[in-house]
Design a protein around this ligand. Structure first.
Ligand SMILES: [Zn+2]
Length: 162
């Protein structure tokens, strides 16, 4: 079976919006460098991932990295969680290097996912309710924004209990 990958315009638009919304975290990323893709590959362990574009293609493609979401695991997620996954994927795109015209990619390992778990709790892809796009306008750092939102939500919950 051939795995299908296709360009996802909506995903690209959302990534662009996230980059603009959190300049302190993602200002080094040129949204035009991202090839946003969706795949229907099945039985894959990841929800999404970032990969390098082969340098041999730089001359004919404007892209430097591809960001792929895997429908099997991505599509069932709630919208706000999808956005968090997208934010997480953007954190994999490190510094842009002029001399190689490419980005340093940070590996997705157990620890970096643990960082999301640390902020949102175990099983966050199922139960996280925060909407990162509702962060305060002046907060250009996604991590700070998320911590604020989590704190605010926690306060709200505690108030309800009383
Ligand atoms: Zn990761």
């Amino acid at each position: 079976m051939v795995d299908e990958y296709r360009y996802d315009k909506g995903l690209h638009r959302r990534l662009r919006r996230l980059i603009e919304r959190f300049p302190d975290s993602f200002g080094h990323i040129d949204p035009n460098h991202i090839l946003a893709m969706r795949s229907d590959k099945e039985g894959y362990r990841a929800i999404a991932e970032v990969r390098k574009i082969q340098p041999q293609l730089y001359g004919i493609l404007p892209y430097r990295v591809m960001l792929i979401v895997y429908d099997e695991r991505y599509r069932p997620l709630k919208k706000n969680v999808r956005t968090l996954v997208e934010v997480h994927e953007l954190t994999h795109i490190g510094e842009y290097k002029d001399n190689t015209d490419s980005y340093v990619l940070r590996r997705h390992d157990v620890e970096d996912w643990a960082h999301m778990v640390g902020l949102l709790g175990v099983g966050w892809t199922q139960h996280a309710t925060i909407d990162i796009m509702k962060a305060k306008e002046d907060n250009g750092d996604w991590e700070q924004a998320m911590e604020d939102l989590v704190r605010r939500e926690y306060k709200k919950k505690n108030r309800k209990k009383k």
